[in-house]
Design a protein around this ligand. Sequence first.
Ligand code: NAD
Ligand code: MG
Length: 380
Amino acid sequence: MTKIVTVLGSTGSIGVQTLDVARMHGIKVAALTANRQIDLLERQVREFHPVVAAVRDELAASRLKAALADTDTMVLSGEEGILAAARQAEADTVVNAIVGVAGLLPTLEAVRAGKQLALANKETLVAGGAVVKEAVRRYGVKLYPVDSEHSAIFQCLQGCPSGALKKVILTASGGAFYGKTKQALANVTVEQALRHPNWSMGAKITIDSATLMNKGLEVIEASWLFDVSDENIDVLVHRESIIHSMIQLQDNSVIAQLGVADMRIPIQYALTYPERLPSPVKELDLAEIAALTFDRPDMDTFECLAICREALRQGGLLPAIANAANEAAVQLFLEGKITFLQIPALVGRAVGQSSCAHEAVTLDNILAADRETRQRILQQ
Ligand code: NAD
Ligand code: MG
């Protein structure tokens, strides 16, 4: 393939799988970035020979620079280094696989540089949807979803005339604690929350799956990607993670996308659209699976989903505030400083008490709301 990609967050779960796809199809790599995992980044640089490698952490960057002194790859550092990677001239497509709102500015940088965007970083759209959509329109770039649910919807929509879509139906695995009561959730451990039934992912999104915050973020992500409002986005618990999401059309016909749960399908589709190439993912054997099950989400026990829906309905800066509160709360939970149920409590309080919810949705206001919300929770 003649495609040349930059992978932001190449050392993470999505980043590594993106490089699997690149390896399989001979896709060239212009730039790679990481927060501080330089051992893996060094191996990736030696295999893919990018023009640039950028590391957010300054100390780690200087160590990588020394380690790569015998190569032609230029090592950059800090936030500016990540942004330079995002606009790296050789790339036609940027895969954003950074976790958290740290991916927002790199997304905008890539769009302004005219890159096609394969977006895994859902927090970009949750916090900055309005700003990103406007930039995508202004710079005339294409935005391809990588999140499996949104890729499924995007795949189902191929060939649908505009106006045909009635609603989208996001499927949810239910996470590590499906079926549990609130009382049972009071004492769950970090280790239990990190045990996802169907997917192996980064720590933050795995905790988000356990709280159903991930599905709440995905409802907001879907609203920006497919121009649908809260009442036209259903969430359906589907424990097997075989149907990755569905669309319902005006005539109530429902179209679903199915496959073995493996992110390399949505990653590859975002890179090869509209082509369909062979993939390393196993064939789906429905006879072996035998049954697919469905259930409504328990929004009383898993409050984050309801909080995100409320933030979406009210709009403004509230989705950015909900996201920031969650990022800070998940960090505290992973550090063992708060309990599992304090995550929804902190997110709910941040949304409920926000004083800047109705300020104009500009990039500066989004970043300020993010910073203030995060600091308030981390400093308490
Ligand atoms: P991860 O934690 O495994 O990897 C995150 C990557 O981002 C790493 O390369 C890390 O070095 C880099 N990074 C972290 N903080 C950074 C910062 N402040 N600045 C620059 N780089 C930073 O995460 P992941 O599971 O691969 O998820 C990445 C994104 O994709 C998230 O937004 C997640 O919600 C989304 N996503 C992931 C999956 C999955 O299967 N893992 C599925 C759907 C969507
Ligand atoms: Mg998803």
